[in-house]
Design a protein. Structure first.
Length: 257
C-alpha cells in the first residue's frame, strides 16, 4: 500500500518569481567572479547625477553601490524583493542609514520623490514582461523630482551568443572551482532562462536567473510612454562613447519638456 506522501511524489519545484535569484544567491553574491570591476566609476557617475539627492536604487541587493553613496553623504533609499539579499546589506557598516522597502520594484511601492532613481548591472531585466518594465518606467516618472533623472545600466542584447536557442559557457576557471552559465533563449518573448552553475570539491551548486531583455531603442520608447526622454547614453560608467560595438550602456532619462 502506498501512503499519501508517496502517492503525491516528490515536491514540485517552487516556480521562479522575483525573489528567486536573490534568495538563492545571496550567500555568495558578493564573491562572484563576474561582479563588475567598475564600482568606483559607477559611484562617481551616480553621485554627479544625483546632485544633492535623495537617491533611490531599484534592486538594491547587498549594497555594492548604495553604501558608497551613503558614505558620500547622500540619503539613499532602496527597493528589493529578496529578504536574503537585504539581510546581507543590513549586516554591513553604514547600512542603518539606508531606507529599504521590500517588494517588486515594478510596483514602486515607496513614498517620496528623488533626484536620482537608478537600476544597475542589468537588474532592470529582472522584470520578466514588457508590461512590468513599462509599469516600472511610469512609477519612476511619478517619483522623480522635476529635474530628477533615471539611470539604467544594462547590456546590449547579443543574440549571436546563442546557438539553436541555447548556450553553455565558462565564466571562470580556478584551481578549486569552475563557474558555468547554461541558458535557453526565447527570441519571441525576449526571455533568457539560465542557471549559473558552480562546481567545486564540495559539490555542485545552481543559481537560477531569468531575464526579459530589451533593446536600447525599446527602453527609449518605454521612457516616452512614461513622459520621459533620453538625455544621454554612454558605453559605460566612465562615459565611454556608445556605438555599434558597445556591449553595454548607461542611459540617463529625464522628464520630457
Amino acid at each position: 500500500m502506498i501512503d499519501g506522501a508517496e502517492a503525491r511524489g516528490p515536491a514540485a519545484p517552487r516556480p521562479y518569481d522575483v525573489t528567486t535569484y536573490g534568495e538563492r544567491i545571496a550567500d555568495v553574491y558578493d564573491h562572484l567572479p563576474r561582479l563588475p570591476a567598475s564600482t568606483e566609476r559607477a559611484v562617481e557617475f551616480l553621485a554627479a547625477a544625483a546632485r544633492r539627492g535623495p537617491i533611490l536604487e531599484l534592486g538594491i541587493g547587498t549594497g555594492r553601490l548604495a553604501l558608497p553613496l551613503v558614505q558620500r553623504g547622500f540619503a539613499v533609499h532602496g527597493i528589493d524583493a529578496s529578504p536574503a539579499m537585504v539581510a546581507k546589506l543590513r549586516a554591513k557598516p553604514g547600512a542603518d542609514r539606508v531606507t529599504i522597502a521590500m517588494g517588486d520594484f515594478a510596483d514602486m511601492a515607496i513614498a517620496g520623490r528623488f533626484s536620482l532613481v537608478f537600476v544597475a548591472f542589468n537588474t532592470f531585466f529582472g522584470l520578466l514582461t514588457q508590461e512590468d518594465q513599462v509599469r516600472c518606467f511610469r512609477g519612476v516618472a511619478e517619483h522623480l523630482t522635476d529635474d530628477g533623472v533615471f539611470v539604467i545600466e544594462a547590456f546590449v542584447p547579443d543574440l549571436a551568443r546563442f546557438t539553436h536557442g541555447q548556450r553553455v559557457g565558462v565564466t571562470s576557471v580556478g584551481t578549486d572551482a569552475v563557474h558555468l552559465e547554461t541558458s535557453v533563449h526565447d527570441p519571441v518573448a525576449q526571455r533568457v532562462r539560465s542557471q549559473q552553475v558552480v562546481i567545486n570539491e564540495r559539490g555542485v551548486r545552481m543559481y537560477p536567473v531569468e531575464i526579459r531583455y530589451a533593446w536600447p531603442s525599446e527602453l527609449d520608447l518605454m521612457a516616452r510612454l512614461a513622459g520621459l526622454r533620453l538625455r544621454e547614453r554612454w558605453g559605460g560608467w566612465g562615459r565611454e562613447a556608445f556605438d555599434a560595438s558597445s556591449g553595454a550602456h548607461v542611459s540617463v532619462y529625464e522628464r520630457a519638456r
